[in-house]
Design a protein around this ligand. Sequence first.
Ligand SMILES: NC(=O)c1ccc[n+]([C@@H]2O[C@H](COP(=O)([O-])OP(=O)(O)OC[C@H]3O[C@@H](n4cnc5c(N)ncnc54)[C@H](OP(=O)(O)O)[C@@H]3O)[C@@H](O)[C@H]2O)c1
Length: 331
Amino acid sequence: METIRASIIGFGAVGQGVAKVLLQKANYLKDIGIDLRVIAIVDSKGADIDTEGIDLSAALSRKRTDGRVGPNNITGLEVIRTIDHDLMIETTPTNIETGGVGLENMLAAFENGRDVVTSNKGPLALKYRELAEASRISGSTFRFEATVGGAMPIINLITDVLAGNNIISIEGILNGTCNYILTRMMDERASYEQMLAEAQELGIAETDPTYDVEGIDAACKLVILANAIFGMDATYKDVEVTGITKITPESLILAEDGGYVIKLICEVKKDLIRVAPKLVPNGHPLAVGGTLNVASVQTDLAGTVTITGRGAGSIETASAILSDIISIYRK
Ligand SMILES: NC(=O)c1ccc[n+]([C@@H]2O[C@H](COP(=O)([O-])OP(=O)(O)OC[C@H]3O[C@@H](n4cnc5c(N)ncnc54)[C@H](OP(=O)(O)O)[C@@H]3O)[C@@H](O)[C@H]2O)c1
């Protein structure tokens, strides 16, 4: 059985979700020939290192009780550069202005011949081409299912399951916060401001919701699809974006009277990358409610294939990371 040595850089909701899922699926992974050992975990305050394999239960409980994963004063970059391992799991906070520490970590991982699996969309929404090229040059594998749609397996569906199909277009809802606000505005006949406040109270929207409600988060995810699936060389700044802040309860009621709902729809096809509110007929596969994400893929052979799923959540996002890891190392 092949032993895979991995680091987890970033140990918040998703990083800890990955540790839990690796614990839960350890026997299954061994059954399919993957002996995965986490040799380093890094958060913003320090690191835990054990080249024989970290006890993940102990790391999770230390993080819970001490607020930090370990005593070592070593950064993610130093781990990536100096400790021999096969796979870097990158789950630090996203930064869409510069790519942030995630971009540096991914580039360093490729320079050192490490495979990368990530949930961090910022670096890919800004520098997809550079990252893909760095991974190609190093011969490392780069997988990022969790960056788009959380647990909803849109990238692997297209690249693996629908392999051989020409992809004509992808349309979908890629931001659960906006979908929640729009669904609740419709249910309650309430204003955008009221339902944003409710979403913030429930922890569905952030204190500063700008990236979500202005459509920028959705644009980042869409541009990753544009680059990865359509071979474009775009950044999120190339996406035509309209958010949901100007939608009124009156417009939603008018839509309802005509048999429609209003949804923040992401759309990519040749020569078009757009995020904008659109009328969707009631009962249409894209008319999903709550925080759900959905994507319809139009293909030349398979027709239209639609998937829906949870776009966020610690374990849900870790599920996408696990499936990427399995895809790389399953023999
Ligand atoms: N949460 C979701 O449902 C979800 C879904 C899809 C994608 N994502 C993406 O996944 C990534 C992680 O999300 P999250 O929700 O887990 O975020 P989070 O809870 O804020 O966790 C971020 C982690 O990164 C650590 N960190 C910050 N700066 C660091 C640095 N310079 N070096 C090493 N570690 C550092 C933090 O350390 P401390 O613990 O010390 O603060 C924390 O452990 C983000 O890019 C996010 O956009 C999240």
